[in-house]
Structure formats: C-alpha cells, structure tokens
Design a protein around this ligand. Sequence first.
Ligand SMILES: Cc1cc2nc3c(=O)[nH]c(=O)nc-3n(C[C@H](O)[C@H](O)[C@H](O)COP(=O)(O)OP(=O)(O)OC[C@H]3O[C@@H](n4cnc5c(N)ncnc54)[C@H](O)[C@@H]3O)c2cc1C
Length: 376
Amino acid sequence: MAFRGVDYFCVDSLLSEEELMVRQTARRFAEERVLPLIRDCYRDARFPSELIPEMGELGFLGANLHGYGCAGMSNVEYGLVMQELERADSGVRSFVSVQGALVMYPIHAFGSGEQKSRWLPRLQSGRAVGCFGLTEPDFGSNPAGMRSTARRDGDAWVLNGEKTWITNGGMADVAMVWARAEEGILGFLVERGTPGYSVSDIHGKWSMRASVTSSLSFADCRVSESARLPGAKGLKAPLSCLSQARYGIGWGAVGAAMDCYETARQYSIARKQFEGRPIASHQLVQEKLAWMITEITKAQLLALHAGRLKDQGKLEPAQVSMLKRNNVAMALDCARLSRDLLGANGITDEYPVMRHLCNLEPALPAPKGFECFFTP
Ligand SMILES: Cc1cc2nc3c(=O)[nH]c(=O)nc-3n(C[C@H](O)[C@H](O)[C@H](O)COP(=O)(O)OP(=O)(O)OC[C@H]3O[C@@H](n4cnc5c(N)ncnc54)[C@H](O)[C@@H]3O)c2cc1C
C-alpha cells in the first residue's frame, strides 16, 4: 500500500503545488527504488550505490544550490526531499547530505571558478562522489583541536594527518579535507589516487549500516595550490557546512519518525490481544500513538518554518541547532515507542523500526551543536 503521509494538522495546506510535487517525486523514489532494497542493504552493510545516478537525475544532489546543473530547489523543497529519503533510510539521506551540504556547498561557497566548473556538474549528476573530512581520531566534538596539517612547499601544499568517521569516504572520488596551516584552518580538494592519500572502511557498525563510513590518511600527500578552496579561511568555513548538513538532518528525522509512527499505528490496529481486541483499543497504547503524532506535528511545523526562514536568508545557525536537536530527539523517542508497540516483532528487520532506532542513535547533537545553540 502506498504511503499516504502523516499530516494530522493539515501542514500540507501550507505547501505550494510545486513543493508537493517535489515531495511526491522523492516519496515515489523512496517507495519504489529504496524500500525494496534497503533491508538487504542493511543486513549486508552495503550502500545502494546503484541509486546514485538516478538521485542525480532527479536533482537530489546539491538540490538547493543554483547553477552548474544543480536543481536550484527552495530550502523547503530540499527539506522535503531529505524527509522522504530518511523515511526510507538515514544512510541514503546521509549520502545526499554529505554530497550536497558538505562537499558541493563548500565548493559553491568558497571554491574557485575552476573548482566549481570541474566538480559541481560531476557531483550534481552523481558521476563523482565526495566526502568531508573534518573529524579526527582525537578531535570529534572539538574540531578546533585538529592535528592534521597543511604545509606550504613552493606552489604546492603537503598534507599530513588522519580523519575518521568519514561518510562516503571509501567510494569518494574527491575528499573535502580540512587541515591546519600557518594561515589557520584551510580546506583542500584531494582526489582519489593522489600519492600519500589512503582510505580504509570502518566495519562492525550497528548503526548506519547502509552507509559507507571510512578513515582517511594523509602521509606527505602533495596537492597543488589549485586544490585549496580560496574562500575558506578558519574554522567558520567547515562549521558553516555543518550548519547546512544539520538543516537536512532536522528534516530527515521527521521522515524516520513518520515511518515509525505509521508502522506502529498499522500494527496496533492489526495486532489483537486479550479477547481478540486490537491493542490500539487500549488507552495506554493510544496515549503512545497520540504522543508520537503530536511530537511529529510540532517537528513538521518547526522544520517548515526553518525552511521558510532559510529561503528568506534569515535562518541562524543556532536555530538550525535547535531544529536538529529537537527533531532527532523526537524521532528517537518515536522509534523507541514504536519498537515497544510492536512487541517482540519490533526487534526484527521485518519492520523498519529497529533500523531507524539504530540509525538515529548517533545523530543526537554533540557539544559543538550546543555551543551553536547557546551562542547565537
Ligand atoms: C555514522 C557517522 C558518520 C559520520 N560522518 C562524518 C563525516 O562525514 N565527516 C566528519 O568529519 N565526521 C563525521 N562523523 C563524526 C561526527 O561528527 C563525530 O562523531 C562527532 O563530532 C562526535 O565526535 P566523537 O565521536 O569523537 O565524540 P567525542 O567528541 O569523543 O564525544 C564523546 C562524548 O563526550 C561528549 N562530550 C564531548 N565534549 C563534551 C563537552 N565539552 N561537554 C559535554 N560533553 C562532551 C559528547 O557529547 C559525547 O557524548 C560521523 C560520525 C558517525 C557516527
């Protein structure tokens, strides 16, 4: 049965025809292309890379950027795409977030004309994949402490250091890498195959199994001056990328919560206990469903208002942090309640709930989110 959406408070009436059409396109893609594959991908710890060209064709990659073949969607449309993709799986949403918000966005915002023309059309179409290397083994919440270095040598740069927990790393054609130089933190585009640059994938994850996560290593890795993003100086540049990514996660979490709610609602109506009555007829079960739909509705309104503000150029990083913090926590609580309502069945991969629960677990904000939150 096709997904009918979760809209208790007529939030759809606040969306334009065009926004509804974009959502329908993403919903159909999630339904017809991602959902049939995702259970096996999660079991096999495999990202469905065969879907990348189609996501490019549909305009999902760098969707809210303009020019260079990008779809130029509004931020609300982009958010709706993220919501629908994460309803299918956080790993697919995460691929799109990294490609668009963490690789294409910094090239678009801080890159040279040559970097933009070389990379944006390829990344937009999915002919190239990107990753974003900020986190290091000893510096996660506190990227200001990073140890990776960039040393000038004539008209080249020499990179040394380690990055870890890098989404898309193992399949990336280009890595957006942040390193400390005498001039401050700088950003470099390092291509796969550059001598001194190596990648190894992280295995054994119980979360984000349908996503590639890797460690990147730089040992006297030499790149030319043309690989440096000329407009990116200081930690503000990578933090601005994180703000773009967090905006997408704030919407994506609503999608995961919608799937958990809808699964629990249908299950509670079908499942009979005590004299053949559906468990949904018990008030304690109804209270859980009512809590979920209330919180989802509030999160939908928060995401939509954030999108409208972003489209007016008025959305502050602190507000993005609140959006992500609230919506991820809400989705995680919905996933836990949904798992509870499904009883023992809730722990199997016959239902999507435990997968969402595991995926959402590491998405709760780390302190750098809170710092933003309290320092408008
Ligand atoms: C699936 C996945 C994908 C990722 N993808 C990327 C990517 O593409 N690129 C990238 O650069 N990074 C990526 N990351 C890394 C992510 O950004 C870091 O995991 C995050 O910043 C937290 O860092 P950490 O894991 O080192 O935890 P730590 O910083 O070691 O934190 C551990 C715990 O201590 C708490 N803590 C730390 N400092 C404080 C403090 N001052 N006050 C109170 N509590 C504190 C934290 O909240 C946390 O609970 C990814 C991570 C995961 C799990």
